[in-house]
Design a protein around this ligand. Structure first.
Ligand code: PLP
Length: 386
């Protein structure tokens, strides 16, 4: 059982700000009444900047995967040619969803721990002349890579009329993505990561220009038919009973983000990335991902002198510090630190300090205090007093 003092640093779910928790704890309202309408009308425009779009952001009750699936079913038909960048477990999931819906999938395979090169996408587009859509993952949570999505989207748009569909489940709310500016057509996320909410909401941002494709798509769909979500949103409604408590929380989450300023939120995530990576280097902990490809929301460490799972066990048992392990073939090879959403540089200093003690317990060689000092130095380097 999770103890109250546990420190949750997985790359989702993530901790919830107390004010968001309090907001969720409100008396229930009817989802067809005025109050819910007011809530939806308030939330809808405020979500747009978080996705970098002036288009509609639809709120679906479901996990992040429902948002991925909704993107697939709404813009494709069986037999369509699509490209999917697969650089980890979540790129693979996107490919699996496309295969399930009988698309003709060409996987662009990238070694785990590396980012896709825009030229790889270009080559795949040249080799497949009739591509309907390109599916990409912004932050590949299983490795901690952040792909150059904006550049890739721009290249796709220069070369073709293919749609660009992006999984931003572990980045949106923590990392900037200029959806409209770069030509991303659909950008999706879930609530339980950088959005600072519990699991249960999925968000689907749709660029205005894409609606005709969705409207004219003959593929049957029901719960995930985005046309219905859009129509209902225009009336301040959702087609089905929404997760109302999560919507209360979302309203407060948006308030917190607006109060801090989106630019500052993104900068805070970059600072936390630098702090974590500099500390890892100072502690002789090998980083899985290069500086260039590293995500600002999750960092993967690939230890050589001790077992990753043993490290996670000691951190959890002694300090309640909960980190994630590797997925699929990376299981046992890496551990992953989530630093997104309701997470601040102060939390990074705390987990680095704990990590040092755990490393001592495991007999790893390093200079005590070196990780904390490096994190402090990175913090000072990347911030300034006003
Ligand atoms: C990048 C990415 N895509 C998709 C998902 C799937 O989201 P969910 O588990 O909410 O369905 C996750 C969850 O970890 C993720 O990190």
């Amino acid at each position: 059982m999770k103890r109250e003092w546990d420190l949750l640093h997985t790359p989702g779910p993530t901790p919830i700000p107390p004010s968001v928790e309090r907001s969720m704890n409100q008396p229930m309202i009817g989802h067809r009444g005025e109050k819910c309408k007011e809530l939806m009308n308030d939330i809808a425009p405020r979500l747009k900047p978080v996705f970098g779009t002036s288009g509609d952001v639809l709120v679906v009750t479901g996990s992040g995967t429902s948002a991925l699936e909704s993107a697939v079913v709404n813009v494709t038909q069986p037999g369509d040619d699509v490209l999917v960048v697969v650089a980890g477990a979540f790129g693979d999931r996107f490919a699996q969803i496309c295969e399930t819906y009988e698309l003709n999938v060409t996987r662009i395979d990238v070694p785990w721990g590396e980012a896709v090169e825009v030229d790889q996408v270009e080559r795949a587009l040249r080799e497949n002349s009739n591509v309907k859509a390109v599916f990409l993952t912004h932050c590949e949570t299983s490795t901690g890579v952040m792909h150059p999505i904006e550049k890739a989207a721009e290249r796709v748009k220069e070369m073709s009329s293919a749609l660009v569909i992006v999984d931003g489940v572990s980045s949106i709310g923590g990392a900037e993505l200029d959806m409209d500016g770069s030509g991303i057509d659909i950008l999706v996320t879930g609530s339980q990561k950088a959005m600072m909410l519990p699991p249960g909401l999925a968000f689907v941002a749709v660029r205005e220009e894409v609606w005709p494709v969705i409207e004219q798509n003959p593929r049957p769909r029901f719960y995930l038919d985005l046309n219905v979500y859009r129509k209902q949103l225009q009336a301040g409604q959702t087609p089905f009973t929404p997760a109302l408590s999560l919507l209360f929380g979302l309203q407060q989450m948006l308030h917190l983000v607006e109060e801090e300023g989106l630019e500052n939120v993104y900068h805070r995530h970059l600072v936390m990335k630098e702090m974590t990576r500099e500390a890892a280097r100072a502690l002789n902990l090998p980083l899985l991902v290069s500086d260039e490809d590293a995500s600002s929301t999750v960092t993967s460490i690939k230890p050589e002198t001790f077992e990753a799972e043993q490290f996670r066990k000691v951190a959890k048992e002694e300090f309640g510090l909960i980190l994630a392990g590797g997925q699929k073939h990376m299981k046992g090879q890496i551990f992953r630190i989530g630093h997104m959403g309701y997470c601040r540089p102060a939390n990074v200093l705390q987990y680095i300090s704990i990590i040092e003690i755990v490393l001592k317990r495991l007999g790893h060689e390093f200079t005590p205090g070196a990780g904390v000092a490096a994190a402090q130095a990175a913090y000072l380097k990347h911030t300034r007093e006003d």
